[in-house]
Design a protein around this ligand. Sequence first.
Ligand SMILES: Cc1cc2nc3c(=O)[nH]c(=O)nc-3n(C[C@H](O)[C@H](O)[C@H](O)COP(=O)(O)OP(=O)(O)OC[C@H]3O[C@@H](n4cnc5c(N)ncnc54)[C@H](O)[C@@H]3O)c2cc1C
Length: 476
Amino acid sequence: MTEFDFDVVVVGGGLAGLGCANRCAELGLKVALLERGPEERYHCNSRFSMGFVNCAFEYILGDPADLRRAIDRHTRSFAVPELANAFAMNAGVAVRWLEKQGVRLIKGGWQGGQRVMLAPPVPNRMGLNWTGRGGDVMVFRLGARLVERGGTLMRGVAARELVVENRRCTGVIATRGGETVRVDARAVLLADGGFQANLDLLRRFITPAPERLLQRNAKTGRGDGLLMAEAVGAQLRGTDRFYGHVQSIDAMNKPALWPYPVVDHPMCAGIAVTRAGKRFANEGLGGVFMANAIAAQEDPLGTIAVFDHRIWETAGKEGQRPANSLLEKGGATIHCSDTLQGLARLCCLPAEALSATVKAYNFAVEAGNLESLDPPRTDNPVNRAQAIMAPPFFAVPLCAGITYTMGGIAIDGQCRVEHIAGGVIEGLYAAGSTTGGHEGGPVAGYTGGLGKATTFGYHSGNCIGEALNRCTSRVA
Ligand SMILES: Cc1cc2nc3c(=O)[nH]c(=O)nc-3n(C[C@H](O)[C@H](O)[C@H](O)COP(=O)(O)OP(=O)(O)OC[C@H]3O[C@@H](n4cnc5c(N)ncnc54)[C@H](O)[C@@H]3O)c2cc1C
């Protein structure tokens, strides 16, 4: 077995891991980063991202008090207060620090959540377009910066076990090719990106049929960090929710149809039904919530969005990569008929049940009492409910696209991994999408994957530095 000795070992070379590793190296610590991907341009979600860096849809460089309120508003106070505080307090300084590493940020739009974006931006096309774009350039830049600082970046090395004695973590066992590698360290950070690509964990926590979810991600988040941490007694938190979008069922086998276009807008302005022709969830809570609701169905490939011509021409055209007309261009199935009965026939739905569902929905929209529906529907300005009355009528068969898991390893405000029996596992830290407690909950509230990875990557570096007696300017 080959052995190495470092101050800090980081598992995962996405934004969270690279952020922490760079900050630790900047503080003068001897750092190794283990990345499973062997290629120079190894895949990870950070690389595939659209590049919007926000905090709960707010301008991430805005007032921390506003960010803190937005986290509570979007998660309905599900976020652990200590983590929400750390996010809000450290977000601005972390983004400024990221810029100082040579990561270029531009204004991506006028709305709060779009104001900070990695450059260069991803083009407004359907399908996945990541090479040479903001996330790709950022990961490359942070990797190069780590090496310039004397850090060790080990690609093709997969961590598989933590070394823990008496509740203190002292290193990682990993595999490099066929060889076992042991890396001893005074602090270990898990930043392996979540468990969205691990079908067993998805079945355990999220869906009865994980193979029927669309992997709307880099497929590198395999839950290794969660499993390694759980094996040494770590607490888990909020593992039942994921960030994702509602997509055409055809995205399951047509690459041009993911990650964009999504079907969120027209579906949330109209309704989604099961094969029985009945609504099953609150469309008013938005696309992320509905993707979770679809995933929770016995058959996640058995739901259909139903809307009319007016919705298709309004909500269908919303967003930078609109469903109308990109779904058609990408070859997605769109059923269309002048009558609801005809539409039901085209998508094999029971016509009477569909007509009754639409009638009840239209009645509630007209009467302004959407809450009386079964299941109740929230009306909100972002996902405004519109009656389904103007022919032709449309139906789009759906699937749930999973981007990253919102829950995972429980950490405290200093990124230390919590033990199931209370307290923390000394020397063990986690950051980014592998952690839980920031987002999710009953409405699958989103607080931002890149914002979280930027902030907690940097913040965990400061916390580790402080624990190893390095001078930091840590906020809160
Ligand atoms: C299509 C798409 C669009 C997105 N757009 C946005 C956006 O606009 N705004 C936003 O906020 N978020 C967005 N996200 C989400 C965001 O990209 C992620 O939340 C964020 O990048 C996660 O960073 P991370 O460092 O935690 O994980 P990752 O970037 O996934 O990095 C984890 C790394 O760990 C490595 N790893 C895994 N297991 C091991 C192991 N056992 N040993 C060693 N290494 C391991 C992986 O190979 C990977 O490189 C998007 C994601 C996708 C897929």
